[in-house]
Design a protein around this ligand. Sequence first.
Ligand code: SF4
Length: 188
Amino acid sequence: MSHGATMEEKNYDVQEVVAVVDRDRYVREFRDVPTFEACCKQCPNYGNRWGCPPFDHDTLQDLLPYEKVKIIGVKITPHDEKLPLSQAQSLMRPEIERVNKRLLEMEREKGGLAFGFVGDCPYCNGAPCARLHGEPCRHPQVVRPSLEAFGFDIGKTTRELLGIEIQWSRDKRMPKFLTLVCGLFYNE
Ligand code: SF4
């Protein structure tokens, strides 16, 4: 169900792990909207980014047209074990851009629904999100919610489907590796 591939990049290594599961199972066993929406409410992006909750409809309806979900985990291991956590965003940015592009290509090819990454939206170059002014997203063709935003448990997903135990930072140091998780709902 899963496979891995290692690539050598600038100052970090990247490993991808992929799992394919039935949508029914993923929704039944890995989705808990009240719990994860409560986590999202602690984030300043809640209600302030178009990719983030709250959404104006029942998000389960967006998933029901699809039978499968492909989960992609991206493990980023810095070569320097003593990097400060403040460098995490710049370390992840090229990988986020690379995988986002691939997800959108997969979405176009398979006619599916892609899920990207949490965090600051990269498409308005730091300008305040249009949501703050009650206006529509300026780049809806590329903005996608994260799996967390739709209530999926990312820790359980990585542990049980990808065999990755997410590492946390200590003393403002980078953890041993950073983990990005994204996915695509689709039909075969
Ligand atoms: S692309 Fe711009 S308007 Fe759309 S969600 Fe991102 S920051 Fe907001």
